[in-house]
Design a protein. Sequence first.
Length: 117
Amino acid sequence: MKRATKAALLSALVFPGAGYFAVSKTKQALTFILLTLTGLSAIIYDSIYKAQIIAQKVTSGSLSLDANIIREEILKTQGVISPAIITAITFGIGALWIVAIIDGYRIGKSQDKTRND
């Protein structure tokens, strides 16, 4: 398999930035992976915070176990991070993913070209 294809597939299907390992760009791989993990950690932290608040309301009896009511409560419950920042983090992770796929493919294609010449 060509390096360009391998890099693009690894970044697309395994984790953003994983394809850089296939083209021997370890620093770039670690940068993309750490940025993505940082964003995911923030989103997960906020989700767990909200889940704990809602779980306490359910166990205390002030909130019923109806899925629609819980969904509404999720939307109403204030998290640690503002919804605008969560949205920005989500778009940032998506952008990192796309850039990692395209850049990994670009670097791999250039390496494939120099290998064949």
